[in-house]
Design a protein around this ligand. Structure first.
Ligand code: ADP
Ligand code: MG
Ligand code: MG
Length: 924
């Protein structure tokens, strides 16, 4: 039995087919350390990994908790592990004759690419260099390794980790690099490979002198000192400025800490039979199941990514425009390529996901230096998920979880042609507020955007910021670019809702005083009408018109296959918010199973609305019941036809139609001639008409005479609408078609309101049945958007057969935040972390979510079959959709464009909760 006082294990060894750790120990060993252990020690793998050991993240925590010191027994454990490495490699660390060199590598739980430090060639000193020369018989290589060590070590350990701020912003590494460049220039060399042994020997001496001069300390010429300096520097790099900032953005906790892996060096820079490279088990750009990667002959690890030399493709498949004439690894070293290909296949099968790997070839022998789950874009994510499922590498649920909802967004939008984008210089960059790509001509006002678009021009609206008055122009633009504002600015919110490409806070651009041009930092000017291209996924702006590639969903087999798995997995129904036959048809294409919100008032805005709007106004300014009845009768056929068109498109799918919602005053004409026309039509003097219009004005119209309140004061308005809905449906049924309307009463706060309106509905239903001779199946229900309605849901459900949570208003009234005025304080709330997120984007589960839960519970207590959905903007937000699943809603409804995202989020919610409980049957 182990003694209770057994010493803590700080150091985990790997090598020689064994490992103390494994892949599941990422928290303790970091991603890199855990995967090195797995590759080295797992019986299915046992790949050639240079032996080494990992110091745990707990030591990092200790280090910061104890004024940057180490646990007492760490040194002894490191020595013991180092001795095992020495035994396996047959070399000795710090030995003059047969020196072992190591790398000191960082590795957090989650990869933080480029954020922390790694030092190579540690252990190389005046004393050991001759041994290395003797051992390798290549003095040039030995001196190259030495100068690399000095560059890396002075930079990482002696400057950065020591917290030295370089004078004039020029760090030691930069200075040494310049020294190297000067030498090359004076000798007329093109490439590092032309440096001779003597050149390098001279550089080493120069570098040491420079280090001493600049940093005030000699470069440590002792292997142990270098090792512990390196270990300390990696721990210190956890709190480096870049790493801290990165953690903020990626929400990685500061407490995690990094592990340190010390690993025996292998050298890809020992001549033409040596090489180093990085590769992916599948193409991370397209998802295609082809081994994909780059390598460099005679080079050390960092060179491939550093871009000093153009890396060569590992195989034919990996060639690109730049590298197409270079020799592939497959051609250069066919045997080793085959071995590597075998390893990558084993790794992918083992991890059941695409792997990103690092390898090095030293004098004809292949070593594996790293593997991890590879990052991929949306297109690739979908394809990989589907193909791995087909290969039976993963099950359906795993496939569904492999694609992030935001990655799916990438699939739904046209994007800039990646090849063209790579070749184009970035002109300016801002915050990626609305994904996808867009190309258009710059305009600087919303009016211009409207006017130019009317002429058939593709435009991009460029402004400092946008405001609600710009909405029309924004809508008509291909994309929006603002120099100010953040991710919750008006432009960002509006664009995201539409799925429109948008870049905000692009501080590098300055809009000219004439508002006819803008310039970027580099002084280049874009004038009105000039073409620009935006990538809203990464925030980059380009000059000129780059080609766009359209995403063809219907022919994207991977997308189709993924969505099949998604639909099988999910329990939530998915509906859409649509007011026109066109939107409805689009949503059905995207997979909508019904309409969750059809706003009747839509017909009074935009194209073709002149006549019905005129009639609506006539109704609004009516003084007597007779006047109003007459106007309503005239309006009736318009409303009926409008509803009928959408019902017809939706067929067997249910359509929730909301009765008139906005305050009437919103529709009163502002212009004199429109008022005059109305006065003429009604036969009343202008003065009188103005008085009537003014009488409708309210102080807080959003809390005023609107929604159900109109129906209570003017029952004839409700009656007309209900008649229009039921007759439209009845006519379709008589034509042999299907129609399932659901009549929804907005802005209710009391059961009595619902009861009051229900009488009218029942009366009209009877009349319609008598008139048409058919029975129209329909449901009667209400929006739940006022907190009181949620609280009294038990009573509301006595009349209501369904609830639809209007979470925009529920959030507005629950928080007491005016949705239209939130811009004044929300950004500050978010920066000061007074609120964790914009509650209008993601449901506030703690508060508004409680109202929803309570509403559902109480409603279903009265009416167990109560159908419950959501129709706020939140219906398209992945996190909110997951919430809706958990609280047991029947469906979510969102804009047509968000439907696929909602489907995926719903499926993921089901998979996530399936782990805890048995899956329920499909909801409708
Ligand atoms: P990062 O996390 O930035 O990728 P790494 O620790 O992976 O840093 O190391 C940087 C580079 O050095 C990589 O290319 C890696 O392959 C290489 N490298 C690290 N350790 C060794 C080693 N023991 N032998 C040879 N190359 C190494
Ligand atoms: Mg690496
Ligand atoms: Mg509302």
């Amino acid at each position: 039995m182990a003694k209770a006082t057994k010493a803590t294990k700080h150091v985990y060894f790997f090598g020689g087919g064994k490992a103390d750790g494994n892949e599941t120990m990422k928290n303790l060993l970091g991603g890199k350390g855990a995967n090195l252990a797995e590759m080295a020690g797992h019986p299915d793998l046992r790949l050639p990994v240079p032996p080494g050991f990992t110091i745990t993240t707990e030591v990092c925590t200790y280090y910061y908790d104890n004024r940057r010191t180490y646990p007492k027994d760490l040194k002894a454990q490191v020595d013991a592990a180092l001795a095992r490495v020495e035994a396996l490699t047959g070399k000795q660390f710090g030995d003059a004759k047969n020196p072992l060199l190591v790398s000191v590598r960082s590795g957090a739980r989650r990869s933080m690419p480029g954020m922390m430090e790694t030092v190579l060639n540690v252990g190389l000193t005046e004393k050991t260099i001759d041994g290395l020369i003797e051992l390798t018989q290549t003095p040039r290589f030995a001196y190259d390794a030495y100068r690399r060590l000095i560059m890396m070590y002075s930079d990482v350990v002696m400057e950065k980790a020591a917290g030295i701020e370089p004078k004039g912003g020029k760090g030691i590494r930069k200075l040494l690099d310049e020294r190297l460049a000067k030498l090359k220039e004076s000798k007329g060399y093109q490439s590092d490979t032309e440096l001779t042994t003597a050149d390098l020997q001279g550089l080493v001496a120069d570098f040491k002198q420079m280090v001493k001069d600049v940093l005030g300390k000699p470069f440590p010429d002792d292997a142990q000192a270098q090792l512990w300096g390196g270990i300390g520097a990696v721990f210190a790099s956890w709190n480096g400025k870049r790493a801290v900032e990165y953690r903020r953005i990626e929400k990685i906790p500061d407490e995690w800490g990094t592990a340190v892996t010390v690993q025996s060096m292998v050298f890809g820079n020992m001549g033409e039979d040596s090489a180093t490279g990085v590769a992916f088990t599948r193409n991370p750009g397209t998802g295609e199941n082809k081994f994909y990667g780059e390598y460099l002959i005679n080079a050390q690890g960092e060179d491939v990514v550093a871009g000093i030399r153009t890396p060569a493709p590992i195989n034919e498949y990996s060639k690109n425009l730049k590298s197409k004439d270079l020799q592939t690894l497959e051609e250069a070293m066919p045997g080793l390529y085959k071995e590597l290909d075998g390893f990558q296949k084993r790794l992918e099968t083992h991890y059941r996901d695409m792997q990103d790997i690092e390898f090095t070839i030293e004098k004809g022998k292949l070593y594996m230096l790293q593997c991890r789950i590879g990052k991929r874009n949306g297109v690739a994510a979908v394809r990989m998920a589907v193909e791995m499922h087909k290969q039976k590498l993963i099950d359906a649920n795993t496939a569904v979880m492999r694609v992030g909802p935001n990655q799916l967004v990438e699939l739904l939008l046209p994007m800039l042609d990646p090849v063209a984008e790579k070749a184009a210089p970035v002109f300016a960059s801002g915050l990626p507020a609305g994904p996808g790509g867009a190309v258009g001509r710059a305009v600087f006002t919303a009016e211009d955007a409207v006017a130019w678009a009317a002429r058939g021009e593709k435009v991009i609206l460029v402004r400092e910021e946008t405001s609600p008055e710009d909405v029309d122009g924004m809508h008509k633009s291909r994309a929006i670019l603002t120099s100010k504002g953040g991710m919750t600015s008006h432009a960002a919110l509006v664009a995201r809702g539409w799925g429109k490409c948008c870049i905000v806070g692009c501080a590098e651009i300055e809009i000219g005083e004439d508002n006819q041009s803008f310039s970027a930092k580099k002084g280049v000017v874009v004038r009105e009408g000039d073409w620009i291209s935006l990538n809203g996924t990464n925030g980059h702006v380009y000059q000129g018109a780059l080609p766009l590639v359209d995403i063809d969903l219907e022919h994207n087999q991977s997308y189709g296959a993924l969505m099949k798995l998604v639909d099988k997995a999910r329990q939530l129904g998915i509906r859409t918010n649509a007011d026109t036959p066109k939107d409805a048809a689009k949503a059905v294409q995207f997979g909508a199973e019904g309409i969750g919100l059809f706003r009747t008032e839509h017909m009074f805005y935009g194209e073709g609305s002149d006549k019905p709007l005129f009639l609506l106004r006539k109704m609004i300014v009516s003084k007597t019941l007779a006047e109003r009845r007459k106007a309503l009768d005239e309006l009736f056929p318009f409303v009926k036809n409008d509803i009928k068109a959408t019902l017809e498109i939706m067929g067997k799918r249910p359509v929730t139609i909301r009765l008139l919602d906005p305050p009437l005053h919103e529709f009163v004409p502002h212009s004199e001639d429109k008022l005059q026309a109305l006065a003429d039509e009604l036969g009343v003097p202008m003065d009188e008409l103005r008085k009537r219009a003014d009488g409708l004005r309210e102080n807080n119209p959003m809390l005023g005479h609107r929604g159900v309140r109109l129906g209570v004061t003017y029952p004839e308005i409700t009656e007309m609408q209900v008649r229009a809905i039921l007759e439209a449906a009845g006519e379709l049924i008589k034509e042999g078609k299907k129609a399932y309307p659901e009549i929804m009463i907005p802005v209710t706060c009391a059961q009595t309101e619902l009861a009051h309106q229900k009488q009218l509905v029942d009366k009209v239903a009877k009349e319609v049945k008598a008139k048409l001779g058919v029975r129209v199946p329909f449901l009667y229900g209400t929006m739940i958007e006022i907190p009181r309605a949620a609280l009294t849901a038990g009573k509301m459900a006595e009349a209501a057969e369904f609830f639809s949570f209007g979470t925009n208003d529920l959030t507005q009234m629950g928080f007491g935040f005016s949705r239209d005025d939130i811009g004044g304080f929300l950004p500050d709330y978010l920066t000061a972390k007074v609120l964790p997120a914009d509650p209008f984007q993601t449901i506030d589960q703690e508060g508004i979510g409680e109202l929803i839960k309570l509403g559902i519970e109480r409603g279903r207590a009265t009416r167990p079959q109560l159908k419950v959905g959501i129709c706020g903007e939140h219906g398209g937000d992945a996190e909110s959709v997951k919430f809706c699943h958990r609280v047991g809603m029947n469906y979510v409804s969102c804009s047509p464009f968000r439907v696929p995202i909602a489907r995926l989020a719903a499926a993921q919610a089901a998979v996530e909760s399936a782990a805890q409980k048995k899956p329920a049957s499909k909801r409708k």
